[in-house]
Design a protein around this ligand. Structure first.
Ligand code: SF4
Ligand code: SF4
Length: 321
């Protein structure tokens, strides 16, 4: 089985990016452990508990794995970037969360890819699919598989189509010719660092590792999605209109200037920049109904109210009921 065949099958299964990495220990694991040791994972226990060590080697998930097929599915739609959108009275939801939750779409595509591979190989093999839910260093694997490089903003960037991708992996017990890692093309650019409102993209001081990392504790995405409990008051003031997540460091990235749009119906926006008046009037039941099936539910009602309170405060409005 060649990487070229795998790519063809992956494209047929609805992925725009595909490549192959060897299932072996990842050098990037050491940098990840340093990032965790420095506390930059904040309170995200799924990154810091016993599962952290499993990320060093994809075979922790499937001991028979020989190759990791990495795929990317585009979620960009032809709507303005947050840095171009200036309508008072509206809140911003991160681009990835406008449509239906991506896990189902990705898992369906990966399962289809496994079936197509079975047909092509003609003999049984072991496989396991993952998308954002298993302890894997997804971006490091995608880089190894040639899908792109990891930018200073920590996102995987493809040189022709940018960074608006969901990543997924199919671990297989097949030996597939691996791809070559993509070169880093950030160069001397520092746009994302300069644009980040909370100064969350920080130098690592790493030798031989990434020069920059996102300190989650300062990142609006973490503060509005992952953090439970109250928001640090020093950072709350920087939230602006961000109700759920933040896209700024991707919006300003020059590699996203000509990012293509997805044709996937599930990712078409249901809630693009919702009006504050409407958000303010929601009760818990309305919230659950309105955002059912989208990633926004991850905050829970309490987190949503906390975020909305901060956005309303920034807009000079009273707190939600
Ligand atoms: S998501 Fe927003 S807050 Fe987080 S690093 Fe990027 S620009 Fe900064
Ligand atoms: S904005 Fe510049 S430095 Fe940041 S990820 Fe994009 S290319 Fe790299």
């Amino acid at each position: 089985m060649t990487g070229k065949t795998v790519r063809r099958l992956a494209y047929e299964c609805g992925f725009e990016l595909a490549g192959v990495a060897r299932a072996q220990p990842l050098p990037e694991a050491e940098w990840f452990f340093d990032w965790v040791r420095l506390g930059m994972a904040g309170e995200m226990q799924y990154l810091t508990d016993h599962r952290a060590a499993l990320r060093a080697d994809p075979r922790s998930l499937l001991p028979s794995a020989r190759s990791v097929i990495c795929v990317g599915k585009l979620y960009n739609t032809p709507h303005p970037y947050s840095t171009e959108f200036h309508e008072p009275g509206r809140a911003w939801i991160s681009r990835y969360a406008w449509g239906r939750d991506y896990h189902k779409v990705m898992r369906r595509g990966l399962r289809r890819l496994a079936e197509r591979l079975q047909q092509a190989v003609g003999e049984p093999f072991e496989w396991r699919a993952a998308c954002d839910s298993a302890p894997l260093l997804e971006r490091a694997l995608a880089r190894q598989a040639g899908l792109g490089w990891i930018g200073k903003n920590s996102c995987l960037i493809h040189e022709r189509s940018g960074s608006w991708y969901f990543l997924g992996e199919l671990l297989v017990s097949l030996d597939i010719e691996p791809d070559r890692p993509a070169p880093d093309r950030c160069g001397s650019c520092t746009r994302c660092i300069e644009a980040c409102p909370t100064g969350a993209i920080v130098p690592t001081g790493q030798v031989g590792g990434p020069a920059y990392a996102v300190d989650s504790r300062r990142c609006i995405s973490y503060l509005t999605i992952e953090l439970r409990g109250p928001m640090p008051s020093s950072l709350k003031a920087e939230l602006g209109f961000h109700l759920f997540g933040c896209d700024i460091c991707q919006d300003v990235c020059p590699w996203n200037r000509r990012a293509p749009a997805t044709g996937e119906p599930a990712f078409q926006p249901r809630h693009f920049a919702p009006p504050l008046d409407w958000l303010q009037a929601l009760d818990a039941e309305d919230f659950r109904r309105s955002f059912a099936g989208t990633p926004v539910l991850r905050t829970g009602w309490e987190g949503f109210r906390r975020n909305l309170g901060a956005v309303l405060e920034a807009a000079g409005r009273p707190s939600p009921r």
